[in-house]
Ligand binder design. Structure first.
Ligand code: C2E
Ligand code: CA
Ligand code: CA
Length: 666
């Protein structure tokens, strides 16, 4: 505690008072004659002394209490100061404690961040002043760096190929990305990175601006998106490419055609769109199975890919329909047509070959339709339609053909499509009928009948089977149609009181190959209790062409059911003696075209002679078709042909008429 010292003024006042008193007294005594009266002098002295002492006492008293108060105040002050300083100490202690807590927290969170930084699977890097200063282990791994040294001071473009996917320079673009992140706080983008070993990979980068040691740095998160890109590409591929052949699909092709259309209109040159359809592909697919069909499509696709130029597009529109776009065929239409035709011929030649798939050797030919564009204001749809129409027309005019689009073709195609629709209806509505044509043996007996289908169209009248069987085959209607003919003919003939010895039914190669065919036949045999060797199936060489081994096996199975097999239209197709020898058949039908002018055409006569000879050698029954005259019949009988069928005896007739005809033989 502080000592209270009396102030200088405290002494001065009583001293001054005593001095003033002395002086006053002297003055009074000098001025008066009080010295003369000692009584007055003593009373003056006594009174003035008394007053002086009183004043001194009052002063002393006041002074003392004042000093005490000061001392009190000082004591209080001292006390307050003391308590203040302890509070301050406590405060400081508290603050220090608090400070160390924050520090600890800071340290802890720093540690957490460090762990996060080091352990996260994403590559993290710190980018300062355009160069990396730090990177986590994931980042080192991603970029194939041995240590941080390889990363520090490196510009992002040094971990990228020189050029980005969009063709821009990596260095310039990286700067742009950094600027963007700095301005906006963060920036996410895709980037082509590169490992230290030079392997490029697509990445997603997120740059975030962070405060760092008084400045701003960027934290970069780099994620390798190779897998995602692959998946995206896969999806894109699926959207634009055919999954079986890997060729562009319809969608991509349409896109290319529209581009070609725009560009060729502007630069005035011609392009050609080709529709390529494999002949009888449906048959191959139905008969040999889809896996063979698919394998064939793949091989054809490969062939097409090899044949066309790089600037051209080969696409698969589905099924066996391939579409090819030949661009830049010149500015002159005739010359362009010629070039397109040459290209189509080359294409056709490359396709047409024998493919070996799963031990089947399959011969393939194709029909090609060509449309040259641009014409006058046609749309994308028109271009496709015209090329398709031309292809249809090529198919119509026999297989293995090439046709250019002509405006009249459209009508034919529309007609054909309408006919297909009507035929479907006809099978359902029972507009079809079965006629029968008798077969007469050399000894003038009824040897059998051939069932021939007839279509009475409600508007067009009679439609020839030559016309609609092909449509039925192409559209798949043949299965229902074939079964209808089989069932109807069997039902009608079996119901006759006098049944002919045998019933021949024409079987399309499509039906023959169908997986249910054998079942259908055995079902009919059971249901109608058909006698042995009553039903004769007329097959054509078309059945044999592609698959001899399977054909043989199936024929054997059919014969085991008690069915006879006749080879129809013999000599018109790819007849080969080698297969004839191996085929388990019972009968050979000599085609009408040979019989027709057997009298005048020496060549045909010789052919017929040969066929009959061969048939005899193989122990086959010979049936001559389309016998119209006695001369024809005589010629054939000389060669010992066994059975005759034709207008000479009867046209194909409905069952009622057949019944009357048969009655004549009795
Ligand atoms: P195809 O099997 O060769 O039938 C013989 C064709 O010759 C029949 O024609 C018949 O009417 C005709 N024809 C018969 N004798 C004579 C004749 O003396 N002179 C002339 N000029 N023609 C004669 P159609 O009925 O028009 O049948 C044509 C072709 O249609 C048949 O040829 C056959 O390949 C097919 N076809 C007919 N019906 C069916 C059927 O039910 N199913 C299948 N898959 N094809 C059938
Ligand atoms: Ca026939
Ligand atoms: Ca025939």
């Amino acid at each position: 505690m502080k000592q209270i010292k009396p102030a200088l003024g405290n002494w001065m006042f009583p001293v001054a008072l005593v001095v003033l008193y002395g002086l006053g007294l002297l003055l009074v005594m000098e001025a008066t004659d009080i010295r003369e009266s000692p009584g007055h002098l003593w009373s003056l002295l006594g009174l003035s002394l008394f007053i002086l002492l009183l004043v001194l006492y009052v002063y002393w008293h006041i002074n003392r209490s004042f000093l005490y108060r000061i001392a009190d105040a000082e004591r209080q002050l001292a006390q307050e100061q003391a308590s203040n300083s302890s509070m301050k100490d406590a405060l400081i202690a508290e603050q220090t404690k608090r400070l160390s807590d924050t520090e600890r927290d800071l340290l802890a969170s720093r540690k957490q961040y460090q762990t996060l930084f080091e352990r996260t699977a994403d590559a993290l890097m710190i980018l300062e002043d355009g160069a990396f200063t730090e990177g986590n282990p994931a980042c080192l791994k991603l970029f194939g760096c041995q240590g941080l040294d390889e990363l520090r001071g490196v510009h992002p473009s040094e971990l990228s190929p020189p050029v980005q996917a969009d063709g821009s320079s990596s260095k310039e673009k990286a700067e742009e990305m950094i600027r963007h992140a700095m301005v906006h706080g963060s920036h996410r983008f895709e980037w082509l990175h590169q490992t230290r070993q030079g392997e490029a990979f697509p990445a997603e980068v997120l740059l975030t601006a962070i405060d760092r040691q008084g400045g701003v740095a960027l934290c970069a998160i780099v994620r390798d998106i190779t897998e995602r890109k692959k998946a995206e590409q896969e999806i894109r591929h699926q959207a634009y490419y055919d999954s079986l052949t890997g060729l562009p699909n319809r969608r991509l092709m349409l896109d290319r055609i529209s581009q070609a259309l725009i560009s060729s209109r502007r630069h005035e040159y011609f392009n050609a769109l080709l529709f390529v359809d494999l002949d009888r592909f449906k048959f191959i697919n139905d008969s040999l199975g889809h896996s063979v069909g698919d394998a064939l499509l793949k091989q054809v696709a490969d062939t097409l890919r090899q044949v066309v130029r790089e600037e051209d597009t080969v696409a698969r529109f589905g099924g066996d329909e391939f579409v090819i776009l030949f661009k830049h065929l010149g500015m002159e239409k005739d010359a362009a047509s010629l070039r397109a035709e040459r290209l189509a011929e080359d294409l056709q030649q490359s396709i047409s070959s024998t493919y070996t798939i799963e031990h089947h050797s399959i011969h393939v030919s194709s029909s090609i339709g060509i449309y040259l564009f641009p014409g006058q204001e046609e749309t994308l749809d028109d271009i496709i339609k015209q090329a398709d129409t031309a292809m249809y027309s090529a198919k119509e005019s026999g297989r293995n053909q090439i046709a250019f689009f002509q405006s009249t073709m459209q009508e034919a195609v529309v007609k054909r499509l309408t006919l297909e629709k009507d035929l479907r209806q006809a099978v359902n509505d029972r507009q079809l009928q079965v006629y029968f044509q008798p077969q007469i043996s050399s000894d003038n007996m009824l040897a059998g009948v051939e069932a021939l289908v007839r279509w009475q169209h409600p508007e067009h009248g009679f439609v020839s089977p030559e016309e609609f069987i092909a449509i039925a085959e192409d559209s798949g209607i043949i299965y229902a149609l074939g079964e209808f003919v089989l069932r109807t003919s069997i039902e009608q003939i079996m119901a006759l009181p006098e049944r002919p010895p045998k019933l021949s039914v024409n079987i399309s190669p499509y039906e023959f190959r169908h997986s249910h065919f054998l079942e259908t036949i055995s079902g009919l045999i059971r249901q109608y209790q058909l006698p042995d060797r009553f039903l004769v199936l007329e097959i054509t060489e078309g059945v044999v062409i592609n698959d001899l081994e399977n054909t043989i096996e199936r024929l054997q199975q059919l014969r085991a059911l008690g069915v006879m097999v006749s080879l129809d239209d013999f000599g018109t197709g790819y007849s080969s003696l080698s297969y004839l020898k191996r085929l388990p058949i019972d009968e050979l039908k000599i085609d009408r075209s040979f019989v027709m002018d057997v009298e005048d055409d020496e060549h045909n006569a010789m052919l017929v002679r040969t066929i009959i000879n061969i048939a005899h050698q193989f122990n086959l029954i010979t049936v001559a078709e389309g016998v119209e005259t006695e001369t024809q019949k005589n010629f054939l009988s000389q060669l010992q042909c066994r059975v005759y069928q034709g207008y000479l005896y009867s046209r194909p007739v409905p069952v009622e008429e057949l019944q009357r005809y048969i009655a004549c033989f009795e």
